[in-house]
Design a protein around this ligand. Structure first.
Ligand SMILES: CCCCCCCCCCCCCCCC(=O)SCCNC(=O)CCNC(=O)[C@H](O)C(C)(C)COP(=O)(O)OP(=O)(O)OC[C@H]1O[C@@H](n2cnc3c(N)ncnc32)[C@H](O)[C@@H]1OP(=O)(O)O
Ligand SMILES: NC(=O)C1=CN([C@@H]2O[C@H](COP(=O)(O)OP(=O)(O)OC[C@H]3O[C@@H](n4cnc5c(N)ncnc54)[C@H](OP(=O)(O)O)[C@@H]3O)[C@@H](O)[C@H]2O)C=CC1
Length: 515
């Protein structure tokens, strides 16, 4: 019997960010392994015209939750959606709901965050820092609370090369930042943002670091742990391989490459691609919840959930594997044939951006205009290139994360728990994982059917022929122009023609002799 699964049975668990990528997988695993848990409270807001109940209904009826329904048929009765808006200082939770949460919660998993790199500092602080502070305040009033697990990111200290399992202080205290956000206007915040974030690349990593400081400062006598995942990718094993539901991290770029929009990236092929499957993060998080509650460590332990030091993969190799997967699993209606190269040179990147990205987009938009349609490719390409430029920071560096706590936890698990809550990425086969990832992107993000694969392959063949035809025509035109202008080119041309003629004559003569 799994000790971790048994631990969560009968528990009331509060999850923030349960509608997000990681939150859904965490919730699914909890229900599947501990169907006897008492209740999962999820703090959530209505979105895209859907009420809380409609959102929960949609999640429970998604493919991700198919297995849960078999082991926990009354799953819908065990979810309590509670209205909350982390954008508001008091989280906007009603008095009655607050009462229930305070008196019943046993475990908190705080996953909610803004993960956008370009978020305005005010918003990022509100969500990643102030909301964390508010939740900790709530947690301190929960008499039955056994553990509070905060999800941060392995990149919260990406300004360092080697990152230990400690909380690194930021120069300005989080409290001062929170206060200043209340009275500074947007223009001043915009001005001071670069100074505040310093050598971090964006407001996301900076506010996640501030969030960790808040956890440290406001922990009171709470039993807290922090999980720091690196780049979270599609599921590896559970509930099935390849599940993914948003464009963050590599997923968006896989689509862009597979559809033939993205053909070169400024990235270091030898830099470690520290990807971690989302189910691995969920497993480690649940194991951390159990360990923290049962062993009550004296200090806040930090767990790096990374792959680089256990089983490294590199961007160059990963790009190659992604391209190989496109051969087997092509995406439908590709713009160009998939091809993506990593280059470290800025000039080469600019060349590829002009020739391989912008020029085809302009030509295609010209074609759309000619055929009476609205041009859209240039706009899309500009957006894509902006996204890529924001991810470049992570594609050109490698980090070392120490993993003593993660390894210690692994050794504390029973063999059964090591199997059920597996977070040992040494067993991960990257080739297989990447292939499943590409398949998952096709199925769950692009909603493309596998029945369309032969047609997609045919389309790619057609694109290849067009590509060859286009290149040959371009070469001939260039050559023709050169011959018209240069005597040397004419001489070379004459030499080639006479050489070919002699070659053919020789073969004809030797053929006649044989007869
Ligand atoms: C051979 C290939 C190898 C592959 C190899 C890849 C390596 C890739 C390494 C990543 C390394 C990250 C490492 C951080 C790890 C953490 O800890 S951070 C957690 C993850 N967070 C993220 O990834 C967030 C990144 N995204 C963002 O911040 C914002 O989406 C951006 C990039 C600033 C774009 O903002 P925006 O222009 O306002 O766009 P947004 O409203 O988000 O979306 C606009 C359109 O772009 C699309 N879009 C959004 N994001 C993306 C994306 N990532 N890609 C493409 N399209 C996107 C949207 O679907 C949307 O389309 P429409 O609905 O308009 O049709
Ligand atoms: N994805 C990644 O690559 C990585 C993620 N992480 C961390 O993991 C955690 C989960 O990330 P992930 O699941 O990928 O992120 P998602 O963007 O998929 O999910 C974010 C969650 O936060 C919720 N949320 C955002 N704003 C509010 C709000 N104002 N009120 C209530 N809820 C809100 C979202 O709710 P809604 O559905 O309503 O928008 C959603 O449930 C985050 O803490 C992130 O920093 C760490 C490393 C890498």
């Amino acid at each position: 019997m799994s000790m971790i699964a048994a631990f969560y049975s009968g528990k009331s668990i509060l999850i923030t960010g349960a509608t997000g990528f990681l939150g859904k997988v965490l919730m699914e695993k909890l229900f599947r392994t501990s169907p006897d848990l008492k209740v999962i409270y999820i703090l959530m807001r209505p979105k895209s015209g859907q009420t809380l109940q409609q959102r929960v209904f949609q999640i429970l009826n998604s493919k991700l939750f198919e297995k849960v329904k078999d082991v926990c048929p009354n799953v819908h009765e065990k979810i309590r959606a509670i209205y909350a808006d982390l954008n508001q200082n008091d989280l906007a939770i009603s008095k009655e709901d607050m009462q229930e949460l305070l008196s019943c919660t046993n475990i908190v998993f705080h996953c909610a965050a803004t993960v956008r790199f370009d978020d305005h500092l005010r918003h990022a602080v509100q969500l990643n820092v102030t909301a964390t502070q508010q939740l900790l305040l709530m947690a301190s009033q929960m008499p039955k609370l056994e553990a509070f697990i905060h999800i941060s990111t392995a990149f919260s200290n990406c300004n360092l090369k080697h990152i230990d399992e400690v909380i690194y202080p930021c120069p300005v205290e989080p409290k001062k930042i929170i206060d200043s956000m209340e009275w500074l206007d947007d223009a001043i915040i915009d001005e001071i943002t670069p100074k505040l974030i310093g050598d971090r690349p964006n407001t996301y990593t900076y506010t996640k670091a501030l969030g960790e400081m808040v956890v440290q400062q406001e922990s009171r006598n709470l039993n807290i742990a922090i999980v720091r995942p690196s780049i979270v990718g599609a599921t590896w094993q559970e509930p099935f391989p390849g599940w993914v539901d948003n464009l963050n991290g590599p997923s968006g770029l896989i689509i862009a490459a597979g559809k033939g929009f993205l053909r070169a990236i400024r990235g270091t092929p030898k830099a470690v691609a520290d990807l971690i499957p989302v189910d691995t993060v969920a497993n480690l998080t649940l194991a951390v919840g159990w360990y923290t509650a049962v062993n009550r460590p004296k200090s806040t332990l930090i767990y790096h959930c990374t792959s680089g030091n256990f089983n490294p993969c590199y961007w160059g190799k990963m790009g190659f594997q992604v391209l190989a997967a496109f051969e087997k699993i092509p995406f439908e209606r590709a713009f160009r044939r998939p091809y993506a190269d990593f280059t470290t040179n800025t000039i080469t990147t600019q060349y590829w951006n002009a020739v391989s990205h912008r020029a085809p987009a302009i030509i295609y938009d010209f074609y759309l205009r000619l055929t009476g349609r609205k041009p859209r490719m240039t706009k899309l390409m500009n957006r894509l290139l902006r996204t890529v430029s924001m991810l470049e920071y992570f594609l050109n560096r490698s980090w070392e994360w120490s993993t003593y706590n993660t390894e210690m936890l692994m050794s504390e698990l029973s063999p059964e728990d090591q199997r059920v809550f597996n977070f040992d990425v040494r067993q991960l086969n990257w080739l297989e994982y990447i292939e499943n990832y590409v398949l998952g992107v096709k199925k769950y993000l692009l909603k493309e059917d596998m029945a369309g694969v032969p047609k997609a392959k045919q389309h790619l063949k057609r694109l290849r022929n067009i590509h060859y035809l286009f290149n040959t025509a371009l070469l001939l035109i260039a050559w023709r122009l050169l011959i018209a202008r240069s005597q040397m080119a004419r001489n070379v041309w004459l030499f080639i023609v006479s050489f070919c003629y002699k070659f053919l004559s020789y073969f004809r003569a030797s053929g006649t002799l044989k007869v």
